[in-house]
Design a protein around this ligand. Structure first.
Ligand SMILES: [Zn+2]
Ligand SMILES: [Zn+2]
Length: 578
């Protein structure tokens, strides 16, 4: 068992302890140790062997016993005992927004409900509303959460789809059966959530035969083989549908173009081919006599219809073909253009790294600056900073900046946008900061007009630098509130406030379509990982793809500024607030 497996068991014990109505301090302690264990550079097995387990922060008698048992036997008797009193699958109920352990315990004990389906019937029959502490409003909210989860069954976050695709691509590569393995479909174009993924394969030898099919089928989950033929094998892998397309080497350029899509892009491309007297499909491009044009890569497919190569991210039939025909494709932002990390949480609020560790992480990634933004004082659940703590943090940042120059930490805050659209500190406190991100974290149950008014009021605040995750949704688990994108974008443009693209894969908020309109209105976009640890920095890769989908170039993205430029930018913004 590695540290991650052990952390997962500690978390499960905390969940079942809560469900059993056990001591909540115990659950919080188990969760805290789980978080620590995940980040430990050394393996617990080594620490136990060297009798150094007590050095791990937070480990007490209870967690020590579980860790030792897991390492010795691979299982926890405590977890088994706790689980025994519940039907399997009860934890599914916890995935519903608004259903915490207390509520799950209540519906199970008093209504015998242990599945989402049973909970839905109980809600429809009005039995949930009658329970103490529930009521009509809560029942309606639970039903809404169930409806949302039902629409997302079988779908995956971008990060998960990419991990599954990456693993399969490696396995195919290692098999020696293939000359080429490429991502196709939305895995190549970028997307918020995935129903399925596509991989394009060129066999190494001149056969697409039984060996290839058997190998691809062997990658399926138990009972996960959907279909297998010479050109297409479909499987489920950890529940996600995967389509393998097997093509001969000669068809590869056209097939890569075709299977990358989007469908709408391909339709537009084919009709362009038709007007040029050409025919285009997944095998090749053909002239009027039916002769195949020579193609050696994907760019030659586009060239054959008189176009520059179009980056996969923007193949959404949203103006890219016209732009390519006019020789006016945008120059898209690249990962290498990034110089600054924005929206980072430290141990001062709910992050797991110190400010220094975060700065070092940025330096190691070749960056010049970082925008530190812990949670504000209203965000008690996330360790939000009091006025006093914010001042203490400012001195720590100033001291660090002296040590790590020329790298620069800008000191700001992720201020809660309160119910009426105001920010979380008095103006004079906000005025002492380099920048202010405003985000909605509470009272999310708003209608469109209310949400829009709240966001627009925050944007009008002279101290606001940037609007954080404007839609408030969590992909596949919580629908955001509706908001009027046009009005909010107009307000951002009017006030010169930056729009965050929150690229945590659970958010990807706002979507690329909104970012694209933001660019058209001249609104600057900041691609922010909302990182709570160093691994969180890696989420910027999702943000870069979404920024590219939105046609953003280097100058459209705040993170590409040099340290001098960003310093001047913040100074100018602060000046405007005076
Ligand atoms: Zn936030
Ligand atoms: Zn945040």
């Amino acid at each position: 068992m590695d540290n991650r497996d052990i952390a997962a068991v500690l978390r499960e014990i905390a969940v079942f302890n809560d469900l059993s109505g056990g001591n909540t301090f115990k659950s919080r302690a188990f969760e805290a140790v789980a978080r620590t264990v995940e980040k430990l550079p050394e393996s617990l097995a080594d620490l136990v062997a060297q009798d150094r387990l007590s050095e791990v922060k937070g480990v007490g008698k209870g967690t020590e016993q579980v860790i030792r048992e897991l390492l010795a036997t691979g299982a926890s008797s405590e977890l088994a005992k706790l689980k025994a009193s519940f039907p399997p699958g009860i934890t599914d109920l916890l995935s519903l927004s608004g259903m915490g352990p207390k509520r799950v315990k209540a519906v199970y004990e008093r209504l015998g409900v242990s599945t989402i389906k049973a909970l839905e019937s109980a809600c429809r029959e009005g039995r949930v509303a009658e329970l103490d502490g529930f009521g009509d409003k809560t029942q309606a909210k639970i039903l809404k959460a169930i409806e949302y989860v039902k629409t997302t069954v079988g779908q995956r976050l971008y990060s998960e789809a990419l991990a599954i695709g990456g693993e399969l691509s490696r396995l195919c590569g290692d098999s020696g059966l293939f000359a080429r393995v490429d991502f196709a479909g939305s895995l190549r174009r970028g997307k918020h959530v995935f129903k399925d993924i596509d991989l394009l394969l060129v066999p190494a030898r001149d056969n697409t035969g039984a060996e290839v099919q058997a190998f691809l089928a062997s990658l399926a989950d138990p009972d996960g083989l959907i279909g297998a033929g010479p050109t297409k094998v479909s499987i489920r892998r950890t529940g996600l549908q995967v389509d393998f397309r097997v093509v001969p080497p000669g068809s590869w350029p056209a097939a890569l173009q075709h299977f990358t899509g989007s469908k709408e892009h391909n339709t537009a491309l084919r009709s362009r081919a038709k007007t040029l007297g050409l025919k285009m499909n997944e095998y090749g491009v053909y002239d009027a006599s039916g002769a195949a044009l020579p193609l050696d890569d994907e760019a030659s497919v586009y060239r054959s219809v008189g176009l520059d190569w179009i980056p996969p991210e923007i193949r959404e039939a949203d103006g890219e073909i016209e732009a390519a025909a006019a020789g006016a494709l945008p120059v898209l932002v690249e990962p290498g253009d990034f110089r600054g990390m924005v929206h980072v949480h430290s141990t001062w609020s709910d992050g797991t790294c110190s400010v220094k560790e975060l700065a070092r992480g940025c330096i190691a990634r070749g960056l010049e600056w970082m925008c530190l933004s812990d949670h504000s004082r209203s965000a008690g659940y996330a360790g939000g900073l009091s006025d006093e703590r914010l001042r203490e943090q400012a001195s720590e940042v100033a001291a660090l900046n002296r040590k790590i120059a020329p790298f620069r930490i800008f000191h700001g805050i992720e201020s809660d946008i309160l119910g009426d659209g105001s920010l979380d500190y008095p103006d004079e406190v906000l005025a002492g900061l380099d920048f202010v991100i405003g985000s909605v974290h509470a009272k999310l149950g708003m209608g469109r007009d209310e949400a829009t008014a709240r966001l627009v009021a925050a944007i009008a605040h002279p101290r606001l630098t940037m609007l954080g995750h404007p839609g408030g949704g969590l992909l596949l688990s919580r629908e955001g509130y509706p908001w009027d994108e046009q009005k909010v974008l107009a307000a951002l443009a009017d006030r010169g406030v930056v729009l965050e693209h929150n690229c945590n894969p659970h958010r990807l908020d706002p979507g690329w379509q909104v970012l694209k309109r933001a660019r058209e209105k001249g609104v600057l976009v900041s691609v922010n990982p909302d990182a709570h640890d160093l691994e969180g920095f890696d989420d910027v890769r999702f943000g870069v793809i979404m920024a590219r989908k939105a046609w953003l170039g280097r100058r459209d993205v705040l993170n590409t500024r040099t340290v001098e430029e960003i310093d001047a930018y913040f100074a100018q913004r602060r000046g405007r607030g005076r």
